[in-house]
Design a protein around this ligand. Structure first.
Ligand code: SAH
Length: 218
């Protein structure tokens, strides 16, 4: 059985990570507070315990990654999350990004296409702490029509194009943040859906994500 412990050392390292995120330009205090609260080392293999607070991505199960803290902070800041916002996340992975959204007080619906990763969420340490976080096994390109519309959509894998169904499932005035393009680097985009259903597009820095693939994987 894995032992979960959030020691003073972990807390100290986490505080330093938050300071580093500030230096890199993250200014949204609710994002920084959420990331200062959540023990990131709980989301990684216990062998990575000591280095969980370095600002870098790490491998998780099934050839996937937990995004770099800076990337999580950057995307969450762009999303302008408000408590009680209904947020759809594509790519549950380690659940870290979803937990940051839930900690801010959003109602989070997160989809993962890999069965194994979805199954892992059943043992998620903070399940009872975040009743506002719901897990789904499915293809993110389809979104969740049953629960639509959403105030916000966040894609945490590299999308080769803007998934039309996700734009459809966004409320008027809603925001979607996604890393766009194939290849090794993606442009971070923020789309704001207008009252007439057209979208206004803003472009930000470049990042590197694992690809958004279609279909579910057993
Ligand atoms: N948000 C995650 C990042 C995980 S990496 C975290 O904080 O750890 C991206 C994840 O997206 C991977 O787990 C991958 O399996 C998943 N993914 C890729 N394409 C997908 C799709 N079409 N639908 C749902 N999940 C997808």
């Amino acid at each position: 059985m894995r032992k979960y412990e959030d020691t003073y050392r972990h807390k100290g390292l986490r505080k330093k990570l938050i300071d580093a995120l500030r230096v890199k330009g993250i200014t949204d205090e609710q994002v920084l507070a959420a990331m200062n609260t959540i023990p990131r080392h709980y989301f990684l293999d216990s062998a990575l315990d000591e280095i969980a607070y370095e600002d870098r991505a790490f491998p998780i199960t099934a050839g996937q990654t937990i995004s770099q803290p800076y990337t999580v902070a950057y995307q969450t800041q762009l999303l302008q999350v408000k408590p009680n916002d209904k947020v759809l996340e594509i790519g549950t992975g380690s659940v870290y990004q979803a937990a940051v959204l839930a900690e801010i007080g959003a109602r989070v619906y997160t989809i993962e296409r890999q069965k194994q990763l979805y199954e892992n969420t059943k043992q998620f340490f903070f399940r009872s702490k975040y009743p506002n976080l719901k897990f789904f096994y499915g293809d993110g390109y389809e979104g969740l029509p049953t629960y639509a519309p959403f105030d916000k959509v966040i894609i945490t894998a590299a999308a080769p194009f803007i998934p039309p169904k996700l734009v459809e499932q966004l409320k008027p005035g809603g925001i979607m943040v996604l890393p766009l393009d194939e290849g090794s680097l993606q442009r971070m985009l923020r789309l704001t859906k207008q009252a007439d259903a057209t979208v206004v597009e803003e472009e930000f820095d470049k990042f590197s994500f694992v690809p958004m693939l279609s279909g579910r994987k057993e």
